[in-house]
Ligand binder design. Sequence first.
Ligand SMILES: [Ca+2]
Ligand SMILES: [Ca+2]
Ligand SMILES: [Ca+2]
Length: 234
Amino acid sequence: MKKESTIRDSFRSFRINLVFLAFVLLLIVEPFISDSLLAVPFTLVDNDTLGFYNDSLGTTLDRTNPYRGTFLFPGANVADGDPTINGAPEPILVSADSILGPWLNNPPVLNANWNDPQTIPMTWAINTETAIIYNIDGGQSGIQDVVAHIGVDNGVYIWLDGIYQFGALAPGPVIEFEYNVPLPDLGPGTHYLQVLREDHGGTDGFSIQVTGVPEPATICLLGVGVFGLIRRKR
Ligand SMILES: [Ca+2]
Ligand SMILES: [Ca+2]
Ligand SMILES: [Ca+2]
């Protein structure tokens, strides 16, 4: 009887040690597997995501920001050509200040030209510029490997929490995944993706998909929870 109990005890102890070992192994290998096995990208923004929208700019920005023989906002109807610029510097938007307001603040401050969150039209008045703000929730532990996949006719400028990230112009049309822009990791809480769309004639259009991987802290917390349960059972 005593012998049987000893065998049972040592088997239980062996089982607990095995689970503990597995948990320690998980902690050790977690940093290495988090970028592959645990890295399931989530869609944070797509063409159906509601955004704050400002379509009051008209052609206010046209022929501002001279750049390499043309402008970051070329004149209407291809008057200044149809440039290809990939990796544009941050545009100076002072001539549109009264229309945009402090939209690049963190958090943005929105004047009466901004509509409440709405479905963003994928086309807009030819030759004009339009501005969008998408809210992105970083959750409780943040999001990493954030990438903005954008297609546009003709151009786009993007900021994250008011910090300039990327700009590009090209002749049309819209090609999905035309630009794949890595963005900084997002901490917990709300973030703001500010987008300025540019057009200078012909047709226009836009597509967006922003993806990211939630921080794997949740996985570790789960591991701690399992270990805590085992310890309590003992
Ligand atoms: Ca324009
Ligand atoms: Ca394009
Ligand atoms: Ca165009």
